[in-house]
Design a protein around this ligand. Structure first.
Ligand SMILES: C[S@@+](CC[C@H](N)C(=O)[O-])C[C@H]1O[C@@H](n2cnc3c(N)ncnc32)[C@H](O)[C@@H]1O
Length: 208
């Protein structure tokens, strides 16, 4: 599915002002329950290898990576410099509004994994961002999109406020499929009991 085949209203939001205003002040908070963070960290422990080069897109002051694993290089990209500077897992970071400029400032085939945690609902041009994700991923590299149900309602696109859970997972799978370069796409429910849910859509970069 191409982005042009979907109703454009799905990618609009209540607050269309430039995102830098909304993210000007740092928010040193977590956006999902502790048990859900533990479930995401456990998933990362199972799927990422020590020494991997990682890109945490739409990052903040936390990346939810297991604290005892040493990765090769962890890059982050987000909207707030103070949050990114306080993130102990990032070796480098960029401040960039992907809704104004959906390009990624890294070279081709740099990363073993690109992840987005609880933030995919804020992208207004996801198909452009995913074409960049496949560019910076190594062949065989993973894309991991973790989602829950909390959101900033004025900034989340309507798709994530109106579609069912199953359709939100299908939509993220469509972002991946649209690249023509991601296979093995799966949706996984890792929701802990009595806490915010955790749904993960993941796929692998096909060989070039
Ligand atoms: C709900 S927070 C999640 C942060 C972090 N990934 C986590 O798991 O706690 C949403 C994040 O998306 C990022 N973000 C929102 N809009 C963005 C945009 N237009 N471009 C880049 N990052 C964006 C913000 O910087 C913020 O850190």
């Amino acid at each position: 599915m191409k982005g042009s085949e979907l109703p454009p209203e799905l990618f609009r939001r209540q607050d269309e002002t430039p995102d830098h205003r909304f993210y000007a002040e740092p928010r040193f908070v977590t956006h999902i329950d502790d048990a859900t963070i533990i479930a995401l960290t456990e998933y990362y422990r199972e799927t990422l290898r020590a020494g991997d080069r990682l890109l945490d897109l739409m990052s903040s002051w936390v990346s939810h990576l297991p604290g005892d694993v040493v990765y090769g290089d962890v890059a982050g990209l987000g909207m707030n410099r103070e949050e990114l500077a306080a993130n102990p897992r990032l070796d480098r970071f960029e401040v960039r509004d992907l809704n104004a400029d959906p390009t990624l400032p890294w070279e081709d085939s740099r990363f073993d994994t690109v992840m987005i945690a609880v933030s995919i609902q804020y992208l207004i041009a996801p198909f452009e961002v995913f074409s960049e994700i496949v560019r910076v991923l190594k062949d065989g590299g993973r894309c991991i999109i973790a989602m829950s149900h909390r959101l900033f309602p004025t900034k989340a696109v309507y798709a994530f406020q109106t579609l069912s859970l199953a359709d939100r997972c299908r939509l993220v799978a469509a972002y991946m499929e649209s690249t023509g370069a991601i296979g093995n796409i799966e949706s996984i429910d890792r929701s802990p009991a009595n806490a915010d849910p955790l749904w993960i859509v993941t796929g692998r970069r096909l060989p070039r």
